[in-house]
Design a protein around this ligand. Structure first.
Ligand code: HEM
Length: 481
């Protein structure tokens, strides 16, 4: 009896072992080099142990295989491919898009249990993705964003008032978690642009919509999005606008026109609204936080930007036009460098949608099987001295017009903060506008410096999907008289 029990246990352990290690010869079979995986953990141990952020595992793999165009590794037990060569990165994002048209987690969202997230282009593939993307693309034209710019102005007034108040009650300088302040700003802008509501993040102590936003970023989507929608469902806004014949050139207006033309449902509208909210506020607030941090660290660049802003306003007769804002060269360079030196994500993960062979330098052939996850190591590429000289140095001038702007790096396949190709970020123009508007507002009215509460050098927080340092970023805001 004891022997039988022993046999069952040994058999079970052997089965588990086989299950976990079955695929471990995969990359060797296809002649793709890569690190030896560990049982249970594969090559991304931080995924399970959470000792550090997974970005450090990916970065190690990237740097250990400098001469390989692509590296085969294992996520727990699953073979995945890291594409390292910039030409191949371009191939995956653009040239061979038909073979890599899905995001890694596309189609994992169930439309029945999560009808709203299932309408986000980010989580779709194939025809459904095409349809949803086509539905909202016209909402992000230059004219539509220009028409929404005054909503950003309104939020900026609230933000400046809030920061001034905070400074007044703290002897002239206020120390704040910059990420929290920037999230208030982007939440209010996005809520105003989608639902035409004033979320009052700078007024209320604990605004409901900020609470929802925080929970959305905890990835407990099903419950949270339902909550968000029941609280802020645009149905009331839709009914009100229809009943009162109100026309505003905002996102909701675009969706209502779409409903007239294409018979989409209220749930479709809510889905698009929630997508905009989820995609729109967190990403931009992190970029904003990092940009303020860089300016706080480099006071001469901060001052140079302040002078540029004041000059532009002088030319504009005391105000800055939308065109002046989006075309301000120095601000563009500063933001490009922020998005390089502080990547938001470790890797961009795509799924191979048809068996294909990538051809690397020296005619190196890499077979990619349908279903394989292919990651593009944005973080590591950004710090690769082969692509960016002195990569850890903050230097906005590398993106100056004389040096060819961001275009040169994009064309080389080494700079893609918004992705590239047919799935490139839909909200890029909107994001850049809301980020630029807030930077201009703060730099014009406040002198900013890094507070000692910020833990440096940064160690990325393993509990967050997007790259944010542990303890957040704390800045001192001092009003300029
Ligand atoms: C600075 C802020 C932002 C950054 C850095 C950013 C970055 C990205 C990236 C890297 C992707 C993946 C691209 C790819 O798969 O090739 C993406 C996709 C997307 N982004 Fe953004 N994003 C930002 C802001 C926004 C905003 C404000 C919105 C909407 C209001 C938005 C909407 C989307 C959508 C809908 C997709 C999915 C596109 C598709 O799969 O077809 N993003 N974004």
């Amino acid at each position: 009896m004891l022997l039988l029990l022993f046999g069952i246990v040994v058999g079970f352990v052997a089965l588990v072992y086989l299950f976990l290690s079955w695929e471990f010869g995969f990359w060797e079979k296809y002649g793709v080099k890569g690190p030896k995986p560990k049982l249970l953990l594969g090559n991304i141990p931080y995924l399970l142990t959470k000792k550090r952020h997974i970005v450090y595992n990916y970065d190690q793999i990237y740097n250990d295989y400098k001469n390989e165009p692509a590296i085969g590794y294992y996520s727990i037990r699953t073979p995945q491919l890291m594409v390292r060569d910039p030409e191949l990165i371009k191939e995956v994002l653009s040239k061979s898009f038909h073979n890599f048209s899905a995001n890694d987690f596309s189609d994992t969202v169930d439309e029945k249990s999560d009808p709203l997230l299932a309408r986000n282009p980010f989580s779709l593939s194939g025809e459904k993705w095409k349809t949803r993307r086509a539905e909202i693309t016209p909402a992000f034209t230059n004219n539509r964003i220009k028409a929404m710019a005054h909503l950003m102005d309104e939020v900026c007034v609230h933000m400046t008032g809030y920061l001034r108040e905070q400074a007044k009650s703290s002897n002239g300088v206020t120390t704040l978690d910059a990420k929290e302040v920037m999230a208030k700003y982007t939440t209010d802008v996005v809520a105003s642009c989608i639902f035409a509501i004033d979320a009052q993040s700078f007024v209320k102590e604990n605004p409901e919509i900020r609470q929802m936003g925080k929970r959305i970023m905890n990835f407990n989507f099903v419950v949270q999005l339902a909550l968000l929608v029941t609280t802020f469902c645009p149905s009331d806004a839709i009914r009100y606008r229809k009943d009162n014949n109100i026309n505003r050139t905002d996102y909701l207006d675009h969706l209502l026109q779409l409903q007239d033309r294409k018979q989409i449902t209220d749930v479709d509208i809510a889905g698009h609204g929630v997508s905009f909210f989820a995609d729109g506020f967190e990403t931009s607030s992190i970029v904003l936080t990092y940009c303020l941090y860089d300016l706080a660290k480099h006071s001469s660049i901060q001052q140079q930007l302040r002078e540029t802003i004041l000059k532009a306003k002088e030319v504009g007769g005391g105000t800055m036009s939308y065109e002046q804002l989006v075309e301000m060269g120095l601000l563009e360079q500063i933001l490009c460098e922020t998005m390089r030196i502080h990547p938001l994500i470790a890797v961009m993960a795509k799924r191979c949608t048809a068996d294909t062979t990538l051809v690397g330098p020296k005619d190196r052939k890499i077979f990619v099987k349908k279903g394989t996850t292919v990651v593009l190591p944005y973080y590591s590429v950004s710090f690769d001295p082969e692509h960016f000289s002195d990569p850890h140095k903050y230097d906005p001038s590398r993106f100056s017009a004389e040096n060819g702007g961001s275009k040169v790096y994009r064309e080389r396949g080494v700079y893609f903060p918004f992705g590239d190709g047919p799935r490139m970020c839909l909200g890029m123009r909107f994001a850049m506008t809301q980020v630029k508007r807030a930077i201009v507002e703060i730099v014009e009215h406040f002198s900013i410096s890094v507070n000692g509460k910020t833990i440096e050098p940064f160690e990325m927080d393993p509990d967050q999907f997007m790259l944010m340092p542990k303890g957040s970023i704390w800045l001192d805001f001092k009003p300029i008289a």
